[in-house]
Design a protein around this ligand. Structure first.
Ligand code: UD1
Ligand code: MG
Length: 494
């Protein structure tokens, strides 16, 4: 089935969105990692229209910037202070005709209906052309039609007579539960002629786009409706309750699509996947996992439980447990977490490890290298097959500037090391536990920085008399223990 290519798509986004109670324009609120208008633009583009226009007015600058960032080819059209959807389409058509009069079909979409899919609009276009309609409107039946325009049909043919707005409707009309979704295909000539005849003699004093339907019919055109059963796909966002509901529904659909594509999702209800995320077959997502932005996960990888990744590339067979990460690359077979924090610029090589209570930032950790426990690695480069001892820190900040730590390949650094950057540790070098590495360590050297240990015999009993430590010390001495680290409890103790 070939989908007729529309001459233009017009996206209406001039409305105010007062019920969001937000400093952010309504159409810029996000679900699934994409703005509401971003969803509509993606769908609009998929129809390959010759021209694409977005009508703006409220919060013009913010909406315009956002739309042009997403799609620089969009024609931005300003609505003036004449209110109504009819006015919005009037100014859009004028602007579109400015580049040569449109012929063919014009699709109108609302900027706040994020779940509308390409398939449904394609069906609308196919029906419009097959039936040679003047107007084809997408409708649906809802349990509570309050607030919507009601679709009045001719008995027998089922053709649309008119759409009447709630506030202009009589009791009989209000009882109709088939509503206008504000998604239409118009023949461009029909639309142009009808738009000139709109007036504001209605309850809201607006120019209604819906009046075009009755006018087109009066001119002898066919006005028909396509009814969708998928009510949520045509629901507009008016407040944050709807935003959350449609966000959850979008996620449900996204996660379901990934499961059908071969991804195991143990708990779909607590797994959130943005629309731009890419998952391979045989990825496993455990409960409480959120994947955002341009995150991609290769086959065999296991993510979660309780992991949030934003713009992270995860390699084949990697394991990421209880981790928070962004703008990072995790190599194939690598292991991360539990309780890891990957900040931007983290690159972990194949089979590498970023372990428990480890934070990384701007750090390249080579193939097979491990940072297993309680460490901070920032502004650093670690070669291949190196092991970093527990509780180590790259001391990258001197209070004014950030400096780099470079550690070579096959190195073994001791526990509790401070690498005071800028500093370099050569290939195969070792460092002793508790070292503060302030100077470069040559390849193959052992660096030991701490002073040698001094035991001050009897210090506790002299300086801390009467404390439990002093008493334990006295008992140990009188027992004549040869092992100074062991206490010898007797039956009388405690
Ligand atoms: C409109 C329809 C109604 C339909 C309902 C579906 C009209 C007269 N009524 O109602 O039949 O059931 O949508 O949600 O068309 N907009 C502009 N400029 C304006 C006014 C609105 O661009 O001057 C945009 C809004 O940003 C929104 C869309 O048009 O994206 C719909 O406007 P909205 O006010 O939500 O719909 P209603 O007029 O209430
Ligand atoms: Mg309105």
């Amino acid at each position: 089935m070939t989908i007729p290519r529309p001459a233009a798509v017009v996206v209406l986004a001039a409305g105010e969105g007062t019920r969001m109670r937000s400093a952010t324009p309504k159409v810029l609120h996000e679900i699934g990692g994409r703005s509401l208008v971003g969803h509509v633009l993606t769908t609009a583009r998929a129809l390959s229209p010759q021209r694409l226009a977005v009508v703006v007015r409220h919060e013009r600058a913010a909406v315009t910037d956002h739309v042009l960032t997403l799609d620089p080819e969009v024609l931005i059209v300003d609505q003036d202070d004449v209110p109504g959807t009819g006015r919005a389409v009037q100014v859009a058509l004028e602007a579109l005709d400015g580049a040569g009069e449109l012929t063919g079909s014009v699709v109108v979409l609302a900027g706040d209906v994020p779940l509308l899919d390409v398939g449904t609009i394609s069906q609308l276009l196919v029906a419009h052309h097959a039936d040679v309609n003047a107007v084809t409107v997408l409708t649906t039946v809802v349990a509570d039609p309050t607030g919507y325009g009601r679709v009045l049909r001719e008995a027998g043919t089922g053709d649309v007579l008119a759409v009447v707005e709630e506030r202009d409707a009589d009791h009989v009309q209000r009882a109709v539960d088939e509503i206008n979704t504000s998604v239409y295909v118009f023949d461009a000539d029909v639309l142009r002629r009808a738009l000139t005849r709109l007036d504001r003699s209605n309850a809201q004093g607006e120019l209604y786009l819906t009046d075009v339907l009755a006018l087109a019919r009066a001119d002898g055109g066919h006005v028909r409706a396509l009814r969708t059963e998928d009510v949520l796909s045509v629901e507009g966002v008016n407040d944050r309750v709807q935003l959350a509901r449609l966000g959850a529904e979008l996620n449900r659909r996204t996660v379901e699509d990934w499961m059908r594509a071969g991804v195991t999702v143990v708990d779909p209800a607590t797994t959130w996947v943005d629309v731009d995320v890419d998952l391979a077959a045989d990825v496993t997502l455990l409960p409480g996992t959120q994947l955002h932005g341009a995150t991609s996960v290769a086959t065999g990888a296991r993510i979660g439980p309780d992991t949030t990744l934003t713009n992270v590339e995860v390699g084949e067979g990697a394991t990421i447990v209880r981790t928070h990460g962004s703008d990072a690359v995790i190599g194939a077979g690598a292991s991360v977490g539990p309780f890891a924090y990957l900040r931007p610029g983290t690159i972990l090589g194949e089979r590498g490890k970023i372990g428990t209570f480890v934070e990384t930032k701007n750090a390249t950790i080579g193939r097979g290298s491990k940072v297993p426990h309680l460490s901070y690695v920032g502004d650093a480069e670690i070669g291949v097959e190196t092991n970093i001892g527990a509780a180590s820190v790259t001391v990258n900040y001197d209070g004014v500037h950030k400096h780099r730590t470079v550690i070579g390949s096959y190195a073994r650094t001791g526990a509790d090391n401070m690498f005071v950057a800028p500093v370099q540790v050569g290939d195969g070098a070792y460092t002793g536990a508790g070292s503060v590495i302030r100077r470069d360590v040559p390849a193959g050297a052992l660096a030991v920085s701490q002073g040698s240990q001094r035991n001050v015999e009897g210090w506790v009993e002299r300086s801390r008399p009467g404390t439990p430590a002093a008493e334990a010390s006295a008992r140990a001495r009188s027992a004549g223990s040869s092992d100074p680290g062991t206490t010898h409890e007797t039956e009388n103790d405690r």
